[in-house]
Design a protein around this ligand. Structure first.
Ligand SMILES: *Cc1c(COP(=O)(O)O)cnc(C)c1O
Length: 398
């Protein structure tokens, strides 16, 4: 499953350049083009930048997505600087007044508002900082869909008490503000919901259908027009079975059914992980191989301070072994294991620093290289880089 260009780079890298993150930008562009093609025209594809905001990744995505979702003032400034022409949706709980002013100054296309207080704050700031412009809002709702709908979700954010979004009656309470004297040029464009991550296509369609039905019923009840529904991200990435990809065509067909008969409705999705996870590899070398109380361990240069994903999500990161030469011409044989199970650990002084546990292996030797797949999302940028003060990895784009 490692692509030829990435494998070639893993083989060619100087030992001094390891560990290394290698991103396959051609693969990323092809993947995103496939996702875009699988979605109906009236479904806009936004990229949730928090999954991987590296400028090279953003540049590769630029032509393939309709916009980006940003979740902080930092992401907002960063994405605007690197992709000045890409529409932005500004979401996330706990937006500060300074961040909202920045967003108004930069003219973001959509504000995803998470509370009544935030809506009032935005209205007040907009009246002062952007009095001549429409400020377009989606209200983020935390719809109680229940575990039977969000089945299999890796991370559920909807239905249960949470810091995210508004309860349904909270949304209703906000509608009055748009009609009131303080609204200024605040415009309610629709509803935003990001209720879970790790959902398969059928569940995504089910959730999207419920969010749209609720939104349109709300619009009817209050006599307002809501033409946009952002149904969020959370499309599943299966780390145990990387070849088992999210079925974008099935999602596209399902969203097409939701759009049918609703000609004025626009849907939006904002995936992060399922767009960029597949384009990244974390490559490093085996420093040592040893046995501990009957089990084999390989100690790798680097670890979860570079690739926190398996520790954060509690999974084994899939990997490929790339044979390497013995870097140390020692007179003794290099440590090795054959036809056994091995745990791949990093250099940190904590038992949590494990990238993959008890994996079958035909051969692994000190000096071999290991490339961990699915390291293009929530990888380097969520990791605690400076714990133990090991050097940072190098970055490569092929
Ligand atoms: C994180 C996040 C996303 C992206 O989630 P993925 O699981 O990476 O697809 C989308 N929308 C919101 C509001 C988020 O917080």
């Amino acid at each position: 499953m490692i692509t030829p260009s990435v494998r070639a780079r893993v083989e060619r890298l100087d030992a001094g350049e390891l560990p290394a993150y290698i991103h396959d930008l051609a693969g990323l562009r092809a993947h995103v083009a496939g996702v875009r093609a699988a979605l109906p025209e009236r479904v806009e594809l936004y990229y949730a930048a928090k999954a991987n905001p590296a400028p090279e990744i953003l540049a590769a995505l630029a032509g393939g997505v309709d916009g980006c979702e940003v979740s902080s003032g930092g992401e907002l400034a960063h994405v605007r600087a690197h992709l000045p022409d890409t529409p932005l949706a500004f979401g996330g709980p706990g937006k500060t007044a300074a961040e909202l002013v920045t967003a108004l100054d930069l003219g973001v296309e959509r504000f995803h508002v998470e509370s009544g207080h935030e809506l009032r704050l935005l209205a007040a700031l907009a009246a002062r900082h952007a009095p001549d412009r429409d400020v377009d809002v989606l209200l983020r709702v935390n719809l109680p869909l229940g575990p039977e709908v969000l089945r299999g979700a890796a991370l559920a954010m909807g239905g249960d008490p949470s810091p995210f979004g508004l309860d349904p009656d909270g949304v209703e309470a906000c509608l009055g503000l748009f009609r009131g004297p303080d609204a200024g040029r605040l415009r309610l464009r629709g509803i935003h919901a990001h209720l879970a991550s790790g959902l398969d296509a059928d569940t995504q369609v089910d959730v999207a259908g419920r969010v749209v039905a609720w939104s349109l019923a709300l619009a009817d009840r209050h006599g307002v027009e809501l033409h946009e529904v952002n149904v969020g991200g959370g499309m599943a990435v299966d780390y145990a079975n990387p070849a088992d990809r999210f079925d974008w065509r099935r999602l596209g067909a399902g969203l097409d059914r939701i759009l049918a008969g609703r000609p004025r409705l626009t849907l939006r999705v904002e995936p992060g992980r399922a767009l960029t996870a597949y384009c990244g590899w974390y490559a490093t070398e085996v420093l040592d191989v040893k046995h501990s109380h009957g089990e084999a361990f390989a100690i790798l240069r680097g670890g979860t301070h570079h690739l926190r994903t398996p520790a954060a999500k509690g999974h084994d990161q899939p990997f490929t072994v790339v044979a390497g030469t013995n870097p140390w011409p020692h007179p003794w044989p290099r440590p090795a294991v054959h036809d056994t199970h091995v745990t791949l650990a990093g250099q940190l002084c904590t038992p949590k620093d494990v990238l993959a546990r008890h994996k079958p292996i035909t051969r692994l030797r000190a000096g071999d290289r290991v490339a961990f797949a699915l390291a293009g999302a929530y990888a380097w940028n969520i990791s605690h880089h400076d714990f133990l003060m090991h050097p940072h990895p190098t970055f490569h784009y092929v």
